[in-house]
Design a protein around this ligand. Structure first.
Ligand code: AMP
Ligand code: ZN
Length: 459
């Protein structure tokens, strides 16, 4: 089966092939760094990581670029409300200056990278701060101005969506135009409700431009950086589903109008949300779940990754603590099975590998890939060494950290108690056997019985 992804642009699963043979160029919308990332945000990056790893597993070179939004993102996607970075500075009692804004951004960008490392997400080599590329934003806006796509209002330079007949193709605007309009706050000076800011004036704080001091629009940043580092046309663009109707729709509009309708991106891939129900999960509302909040409840970052992979990236996930606890137990069980395989590494099982590749290449079907991982771990017809090789191979994509697992030394005392318990069990002294099992548990270990004998695990 060929490599295929669901493309938001065409609303169907399509066979994927890159524009340049052998090399895939991917742009990922990065975080707005005015606060810590919440666990919902992190899903978007675990998803992009699985995509990159799958492409590499399929034999492609991957050039991935990610931006850090450190300027220009307002609290509403529709160019109104407070600037998020300003909000961050005010919250932390810092003076509103560009250097302070950058300092704040760098602090939270580093925290974000720490989260990615903990989640075993390969951090793209090409991560760029939007504030370093304002010149490129200005150039792009100038191009649009020359081509007649812009107009000026009291608060900025706007893109005139009525000049682009197929505006909103990603959003399905033909169908949803009314819905789209109703979502966007009215700004009386805008010619059309969907028109969006390319440059916002700010006489006190901001960057110089031909139109006056201010900030680039959030959307223009991603077009300018995508084009600078990946070219006017590239293969894949990723982000969460909330970016479809405005941010990505507007990226397409301004990029394609600036390049005389060259299709900007071939495949648009979007990951669904993590819904926390009663637990708040919006950075702008404060009080949200971070990776650290999970660690405080003994849920490791890799368990969170494992839990995310249990669902397809198109499926909305409901965060409930019990589900995460279940995932923690399941992952530990997998680790235990792996650690029981000894130190020898054999050969990757060809049939399993083919299936694994097939599942992932079918629009990143991680739930099926995980089910296959369990099949391998439990396959009684495979040698331990071959299982180990196959699991390590799968983990190149899954990234669950098998490679770094180390067998924990079981203390002699525990081993002795377990031996005594085994003897008691064999001689049908069940009372003694049960007492010894409890004693082992009280010391932080458990005895797991199987057809092959028993195994001691740390609880
Ligand atoms: P932001 O830092 O707000 O620019 O968002 C970073 C990424 O997180 C974007 O790709 C969003 O689409 C995504 N995102 C935001 N909220 C959630 C959520 N609750 N669940 C999953 N992804 C989200
Ligand atoms: Zn973006």
């Amino acid at each position: 089966m060929p490599l295929q992804f669901y493309n938001t642009l065409t609303r169907k699963k399509e066979k994927f092939s890159p524009i340049n043979q052998g090399e895939v160029r991917v742009y990922t919308c990065g975080p707005t760094v005015y606060d810590y990332a919440h666990i919902g945000n992190l899903r978007a990056y675990v998803f992009a990581d699985i995509l990159e790893r799958t492409l590499k597993y399929a034999g492609y070179e991957v050039k991935r670029v990610m931006n850090i939004t450190d300027i220009g993102h307002l609290s509403s996607d529709a160019d109104s409300g407070e600037d998020k970075m300003t909000k961050g500075l005010l919250r932390e009692g810092k003076e509103l200056t560009l250097p302070n804004m950058r300092e704040l951004a760098e602090f939270y960008a580093e925290k974000f990278k720490d989260d990615l490392r903990a989640l075993n997400v390969e951090i793209p080599k090409n991560i760029y701060y939007a504030s370093d590329y304002v010149k490129e934003d200005v150039e792009l806006v100038k191009k649009l101005e020359e081509k007649g796509y812009t107009y000026k209002t009291g608060d900025g330079i706007y893109f005139d969506t009525s000049k682009m007949p197929d505006y909103g193709i990603l959003w399905g605007a033909a169908r949803n135009r009314e819905e789209s309009k109703s979502r966007i706050a009215e700004n009386s000076e805008k010619k059309n409700p969907e028109d969006f800011a390319l440059w916002k004036f700010n006489s006190e704080l901001g960057f110089k431009s031909p139109w006056g001091r201010g900030f680039p629009g959030w959307h223009i940043e991603c077009s300018a950086m995508g084009m600078k580092f990946l070219g006017e046309q590239f293969d894949i663009h990723t982000g969460g589903i909330d970016l479809i109707p405005t941010h990505h729709t507007n990226e397409i509009a301004q990029s394609e109008c600036a390049t005389d309708k060259k299709p900007f991106v071939k495949f648009w891939l979007h990951s669904e949300f993590v819904d926390t129900g009663s637990e708040k999960m919006s950075k702008s509302k404060g009080n949200f779940l971070k990776l650290e909040s999970l660690a405080n409840k003994n849920i490791s970052p890799l368990t969170y990754r494992f839990w995310l992979l249990m669902a397809n990236y198109h499926t909305k996930m409901n965060f409930v603590w019990e589900a995460l606890e279940g995932a923690e137990t399941a992952l530990k069980r997998l680790y235990g099975l792996y650690l029981g395989l000894g130190s020898e590494i054999g050969n990757i099982h060809g049939e399993y590998r083919n299936k694994f590749k097939e599942y992932l290449e079918d629009d990143l079907d991680t739930p099926r890939a995980l089910a296959l991982l369990w099949d391998v771990a439990k396959d009684e017809n495979m040698s331990a060494a071959d299982k180990k090789a196959t699991i390590l191979d799968f983990d190149k994509v899954l990234g669950l950290g098998f490679e770094n697992l180390k067998e924990e030394e079981i203390p002699e005392k525990i081993k002795k108690l377990a031996e005594e318990r085994e003897d008691a069990r064999k001689t049908k002294n069940f009372k003694k056997s049960d007492d010894l099992r409890k004693e082992v548990n009280s010391l932080g270990y458990e005895i797991e019985d199987s057809t092959l004998g028993y195994k001691i695990n740390k609880i």
